[in-house]
Design a protein around this ligand. Structure first.
Ligand SMILES: NC(=O)C1=CN([C@@H]2O[C@H](COP(=O)(O)OP(=O)(O)OC[C@H]3O[C@@H](n4cnc5c(N)ncnc54)[C@H](OP(=O)(O)O)[C@@H]3O)[C@@H](O)[C@H]2O)C=CC1
Ligand SMILES: O=C(O)[C@@H]1CCC=N1
Length: 284
């Protein structure tokens, strides 16, 4: 890891009574809401969520027993930490709505792709603690990874709170803001790429005669186990691959097909394209 990037492993104590707003409780915001409740980060009366459609607000409120409305300002007024989970292009409008609630003691924690801490600070119009986060959907199982970076006015205490919040849903890593679009293209979008790989492996299993449920189990558990091998042994993936590849065995024949099909280059291109697009999302 470079000196500007470090993984946070030490647990940070929960702040008792922390009140959290999630403005934009869609797919990602909904996953975070559920995880915060499940892991007792906050009690239901300490969380204030918003969505755009009133009927969805009602449904979410009934489902999770928390206050869900369409009133961003009211939610922001009641919270210490304000998570922003609307689409990137909607962030300036939401900041404008909640501007009067953004006192210096509040922390804005945006997980919108593409939106810079500077643009949020500028929209707020005064010195404000802003942290940008990029989580991913495995957060649902506390198996996510979230990259965080701080804006100009963030205190160490505020960064510790953000880390604690996202440790609820998996690993956290603090990076320089210049890396956030790359993180988005790799680990933000990455689950979608990996589901396609798992789906294709399962399809391949069916093609060579396995029942679909068995093929899906084998594909998914093999992906999970291989990821754990990389994380827990610390060995380079190439070394782990070599250990599978018996001389004159069958694996090397499969690898030849992968290389001929350009899987490696295709994945690199996919992350590059997603990173490029992540740079543009805030502009619409
Ligand atoms: N999905 C992912 O894997 C990840 C997404 N993100 C980021 O999360 C954000 C949301 O993405 P995602 O959850 O996928 O998208 P969704 O479309 O599922 O969620 C967007 C949510 O915003 C709500 N909304 C729209 N306008 C407003 C408004 N003015 N005030 C309050 N809420 C509003 C919508 O309400 P309603 O439900 O009523 O339509 C919806 O719940 C994006 O910025 C994205 O970059 C970051 C990391 C990963
Ligand atoms: O597709 C998107 O734009 C968001 C950001 C990363 C994952 N989903």
């Amino acid at each position: 890891m470079s000196d500007e990037t470090y993984e946070v492993v030490a647990p940070v104590p929960v702040m008792p009574g922390l009140r959290v707003a999630i403005l934009g409780t869609g797919k990602m915001g909904g996953i975070l809401l559920q995880a915060f409740l499940k892991n007792n980060l906050v009690s239901p009366d300490q969380i204030f969520a918003t969505v755009h459609h009133p009927d969805r607000a009602q449904a979410l409120s009934a489902q999770f027993g928390v206050e869900v409305t369409t009133d961003n300002l009211a939610a922001a007024q009641q919270a210490d930490v304000i998570l922003l989970g609307v689409k990137p292009i909607q962030v300036p409008g939401v900041i404008e709505q909640i501007k009067s609630a953004l006192s210096p003691d509040k922390l804005v924690l945006s997980f919108a792709a593409s939106v810079t801490t500077r643009s949020i600070e500028a929209a707020a119009g005064h010195d404000l603690g802003v942290i940008r986060a990029m989580p991913n959907t495995p957060a649902m199982l506390a198996a996510g990874v979230t990259a965080l970076c701080g804006g100009r006015f963030v205190s160490e205490e505020q960064m510790a709170i953000a880390q604690r919040i996202f440790q609820t849903v998996g690993r956290t890593v603090v990076v320089d803001e210049k890396h956030m679009d790359a993180v988005t293209g790799l680990s933000g979008s990455g689950p979608a790429f990996l589901y396609i790989i798992i789906e294709a492996l399962a399809e391949a299993g069916v093609n060579v005669g396995l029942p679909r449920d068995v093929a899906t189990l084998l594909a998914a558990q093999t992906t999970l186990g291989s990821a754990r091998m990389v994380l827990e042994t610390g060995y380079h993936p190439a070394l782990l691959k070599d250990a599978v590849t018996t001389p004159a065995g069958c694996t090397v024949d499969g690898i030849l097909e992968l290389e001929e099909g350009g899987l490696r280059v295709t994945l690199i291109k996919a992350v590059k394209r997603a990173t490029q697009r992540a740079k543009e999302l805030a502009k619409g």
